[in-house]
Design a protein around this ligand. Structure first.
Ligand code: CA2
Length: 153
């Protein structure tokens, strides 16, 4: 029997998250983005998922990548960082994607400044994880693995 193709997940991170591990560990933890991504990659292998990573400080580059994800990825995990609170463009691109989207925040955006409680992305997301640090990405991946395998049956 031919091997079933692994569902591919796109893990996206927005502006300044390339700086993880260098400052503000009390908010965002002390792991670098590379270290978190390699833990996500190991979990993806365990869950039978393919995974690709994309980080950009530019809104346009994030929108371009989301557009390209249509039909190429089964699901998206995204920490839009500061664009969470400002970007209709990222929300619209994610809505067009069509597959399940999980919004992740390292910090609990609801116990910080008021403006961080507003998310333009949450309204089109299957779910939102905030405040669990890097474990939020792992939870999002586990959720997508469960959801996508259910849809296949
Ligand atoms: O908690 C999160 O994951 C955020 O998405 C992080 C964003 C923030 O604007 C959101 O409100 C919540 C900021 C990411 C900044 O990352 C840095 C990492 C290291 C050093 C400086 C910034």
């Amino acid at each position: 029997m031919p091997k079933a193709k692994k569902p591919k997940i796109l893990v996206m991170n927005g502006p300044n998250l390339n700086m993880l591990g260098t400052r503000e560990p009390h908010l965002y933890g002390s792991d670098t983005l590379e270290a978190i991504n390699s833990q996500i990659r190991a979990l993806a292998v365990e869950l039978g998922l393919g995974v690709e990573f994309f980080q950009s400080n530019s809104q346009g580059a994030l929108v371009d990548k989301i557009q390209q994800a249509h039909g190429a990825f089964a699901g998206i995990v995204i920490n839009p960082a500061a664009y969470t609170h400002t970007s209709v463009a990222i929300r619209d691109a994610l809505a067009f994607f069509g597959g399940p989207v999980v919004e992740v925040h390292l910090s609990n955006i609801h116990r910080r400044e008021d403006f961080r409680s507003i998310s333009y992305v949450s309204g089109i997301a299957a779910g939102v994880v905030a405040g669990l640090g890097k474990h939020g990405y792992f939870a999002a991946l586990r959720f997508l693995a469960a959801t996508l395998s259910q849809n296949k049956a």
